[in-house]
Design a protein around this ligand. Structure first.
Ligand code: CSD
Ligand code: FE2
Length: 256
């Protein structure tokens, strides 16, 4: 009998074999590196992998950098060698992201702490592109600790909000392929615009220790790679865009 495994068999094996339960965030990252090396990866297996990860505060605290002046703070945990971005997002009480797409990427979100409400919307129809029809809600789900949610542009658009007025929330996001820009939408008119460059803070203590030692920083846990002041630019149609500025100058310019 031939021992050759065809690529179809290999894919099937990957679809059916559960990945080992990660003992910590580092183990999760290692498995993601092994499993996501192209667009040909097993979404069910990766979803189960994220579900099986039991977060501990020790694991994610180094990345849980909050800028409470913003609706939410994006922190890069790992850049997946260019194949994915793993991020920890910290959600200010009562705040929300704008309605947005995901630039064709798969997006998995696991709640690490608190709860997050996801409102999914339908894409505006082509004849609504001029932007005069309110956006249609498809569904609304409150995700509790440890739950994993998935969205892709083929499913629709979404907005995430922290429904609590007192408690921050923290989530782990996996995007593959990584993306720098997405579209945001005005809820009342459906009008779309391109976001500024999606930015994030980087954790220098874990990933770039030497660099952090060379450049001591006021906050040893995380530093923004830009001045994010411009990130609070208020979107033209309500909500604030918090995905902006990876370059040295503000790039988020509301369309009107
Ligand atoms: N996709 C958003 C977070 S969320 O609102 O889903 C981001 O990457 O900033
Ligand atoms: Fe999103």
């Amino acid at each position: 009998m031939s021992s050759t495994t065809t690529s179809t068999e290999a894919t099937t094996l990957r679809l059916t074999s559960p990945l080992p339960t990660p003992k910590d965030l580092e183990a999760l990252i290692q498995t993601l590196h092994r499993e996501i090396t192209s667009s040909d990866f097993s979404l069910p297996a990766i979803t189960r992998l994220l579900q099986s990860y039991t977060p501990s505060q020790d694991d994610y605290a180094p990345y849980a950098h909050f800028d409470t002046s913003k609706p939410y703070t994006r922190n890069l945990v790992d850049d997946g060698n260019g194949h994915f971005n793993l991020m920890i997002l910290c959600w200010t009480q009562g705040k929300a992201s704008p309605i947005h797409d995901h630039a064709g990427a798969h997006c998995l979100m696991k709640i690490l702490d608190g709860e997050l409400c996801e409102t999914q919307y339908e894409w505006p129809k082509e004849d609504e592109a001029c932007g005069n029809s309110p956006m249609r809600v498809k569904k609304q789900t409150v995700h509790g600790a440890n739950q994993v949610a998935y969205i892709h542009d083929q499913i629709g658009l979404h907005r995430i909000s922290n429904p609590s007025s007192t408690r921050p929330a923290i989530s782990l996001h996996l995007y593959t392929p990584p993306f720098d820009y997405c579209k945001t939408f005005c809820e009342s008119t459906g009008q779309a615009r391109t976001s500024g460059r999606c930015v994030f803070y980087r954790d220098f203590t874990k990933k770039n220790k030497q660099e952090a030692q060379q450049f001591p920083l006021p906050n040893p846990r995380a530093v923004p790679n830009v001045d994010v002041a411009g990130a609070a630019a208020t979107a033209a149609c309500g909500g604030q865009m918090d995905m902006s500025l990876r370059s040295q100058r503000p790039m988020f310019v509301p369309s009107k």
